[in-house]
Ligand binder design. Structure first.
Ligand code: AMP
Length: 272
């Protein structure tokens, strides 16, 4: 993988279940953001605000320390991750789940536009990590279905997006409602004044990690567009899946009907 460092994940004080999961994922060397963040979050001694873009490996940078520490069943959530959209919340919960082979932590995603009943059931059953969008998290706090009194880690992912989407008051309220002894890690592609204000006024002492990050750090994601006729799309999708070893993918469709149809036909053709 380009743009990773010379260090190995096995050079860090990580438990076997995490090293095993990373090996399975094919992650060997940490990305620059990860090598900067991992030692700090593993030591958990201060709040951090990090300037990092999507695609630099930031999810694993905060996810690895969480799965490395939260290895036991807890009666209340130990970590909360706030993300601007439900797609991102889902993606984060799936990625973090893949970072350990341990049974714990349990991870629950809570976001708007989905049945609150299922989320209530998952929260009721118990979970160590909650990943959610600010509005729905506030909703659960108001209903009393989410208890942040024992939260040790609060992660604010894509803070500038949460600001742009008008979630800033929710985010501020959630910071105030969570356990005062938590450690906060804020990630943002940019660190504009309103975000720095939250850092100063609400987080207290925080290490800002901005200068060390290369301005145009090469990202770990390739984006490609392929133009094809509508009727060839499913066939093309299957070929892309076949051409990649251990393919994992997320397919977006314009309508519910089409999403059902694509899922059904893929399953019929042996793509689970
Ligand atoms: P993110 O910035 O968290 O969206 O991550 C971007 C992509 O890089 C995701 O697909 C990750 O699974 C992948 N990734 C993260 N860390 C590493 C690593 N150390 N080595 C290889 N791929 C990675």
């Amino acid at each position: 993988m380009e743009n990773t460092t010379d260090k190995l994940f096995s050079d860090y004080p990580l438990i076997e279940a995490v090293l095993e999961a990373l090996e399975k994922k094919g992650f060997e060397h940490p990305s620059p953001v990860q090598s900067m963040i991992l030692p700090r979050l593993l030591a958990e001694d201060k709040n951090i605000a990090v300037k990092a873009r999507t695609g630099t490996g930031k999810t694993a940078a905060f996810g690895i320390p969480l799965v490395n520490k939260l290895t036991e069943r807890a009666s209340k959530p130990q970590a909360l991750i706030l993300a601007p959209t439900r797609e991102l919340a889902l993606q984060i919960s799936v990625e973090i789940r893949s970072l350990t082979t341990n049974r714990y932590p349990r991870i629950t995603a809570v976001y708007g536009g989905a049945s609150i009943g299922l989320q209530l059931r998952d929260l009721e059953r118990g979970t160590e990590i909650v990943v959610g969008t600010p509005g729905r998290v506030q909703d659960h706090l108001d209903r009393g279905s989410l208890d942040l009194s024992e939260i040790k880690y609060l992660i604010l992912d894509e803070a500038d997006e949460m600001l742009d989407m008008g979630f800033i008051d929710d985010v501020k309220a959630i910071i105030d409602r969570a356990n005062p002894d938590k450690k906060v890690a804020l990630f943002s592609a940019t660190l504009p004044a309103p975000i720095m204000k939250i850092v100063k006024e609400q987080l207290g002492e925080t290490e800002i990690i901005a200068e060390d990050v290369p301005e145009r750090e090469e990202i770990l994601v390739n984006q490609e567009a392929i133009f094809i006729r509508g009727e060839d799309r499913l066939e093309a999708l299957k070929r892309i899946a076949d051409s990649t070893e251990k393919f994992h993918g997320l397919v977006f469709c314009p309508t519910k009907v089409e999403a059902d149809e694509v899922a059904r036909r893929l399953m019929e053709d042996g793509y689970p």
